[in-house]
Design a binder for this molecule. Structure first.
Ligand code: SAM
Length: 223
């Protein structure tokens, strides 16, 4: 029976990968990747040559039976997403669920490492003893309900957001009387930045510096 290794990869800085992740990527038979071009850059950096297969959100369920057949044949399969930990606002969850359901004897192991969620929390300087993670808010249907949940939460709420919607999100949060936020941008990259404080000041920062409305964002909403 084979092994499915769920491997965390860097969220920006290519040095943020564990020795065990590199060994797993070197030793496995095949890597299933959200985008084979993205993972190819990481593999080139560490001189790893391995067959690649695509497994993204659209193909995850369809590819599960292929992965299960390969595990049954005794193969070692690595699963990676474009950045960070698979299954955290990324493909991976359905594959793992399918393998658990249809091949309970297969070994499923985690190769832990970077995630934007834990990276942001580690430098937020806020008591994160308990928090809620919503990932990306729905774009249309269900957005208002989700925003209300954010506004009424008694513990910090962590969100993921893209540069296209960050300004809109800040406006929406302002209209919900949210007072304080921490925004962690471009973590581990050249333009890494944390902006924290009163929501109005943070929103002002991004409108005064439009060049910072770029890259990837984690938003922590204080209760
Ligand atoms: N699986 C990933 C993880 O473990 O963090 C998350 C993937 S999700 C598709 C991508 C989102 O994660 C981005 O839109 C952003 O909100 C957040 N993110 C990823 N890399 C980041 C970084 N370097 N700095 C800040 N946020 C980041």
């Amino acid at each position: 029976m084979g092994t499915l290794s769920v491997v965390a990869t860097p969220i920006g800085n290519l040095e943020d990968i564990t020795l065990r992740a590199l060994r797993t990527l070197k030793e496995c038979d095949v890597i299933y990747a959200e985008d084979t071009r993205v993972i190819a850059k990481l593999l080139a950096r560490y001189e790893i040559k391995k067959p690649l297969q695509r497994l993204d959100a659209a193909t995850e369920l369809k590819k599960a039976s292929e992965v299960i057949a390969r595990l049954e044949a005794g193969e070692h399969i690595a699963l990676v997403s474009d950045a960070g930990t698979p299954g955290i606002s990324d493909p991976g969850t359905q594959l793992v669920a399918q393998v658990r359901a249809h091949l309970p004897e297969a070994k499923i192991e985690t190769i832990p490492g970077a995630s934007a969620l834990t990276a942001a929390l580690s430098i937020a300087g806020m008591d994160m003893g308990s928090f809620t993670f919503f990932g990306f808010l729905p774009h249309k249907k269900g957005r208002q309900t989700a925003l209300k949940k954010v506004a009424t939460s008694e513990i910090p709420v962590v969100l993921y957001e893209s540069p296209h919607r960050i300004v809109k999100l800040l406006k929406e949060l302002e209209s919900l009387q949210i007072s304080r936020v921490t925004i962690a941008r471009e973590l581990t990259k050249i333009h890494e930045e944390v902006v924290a404080g009163a929501l109005s000041d943070v929103a002002e920062h991004f409108s005064a510096h439009p060049e910072t409305v770029r890259g990837e964002f984690v938003v922590i909403v204080a209760p």
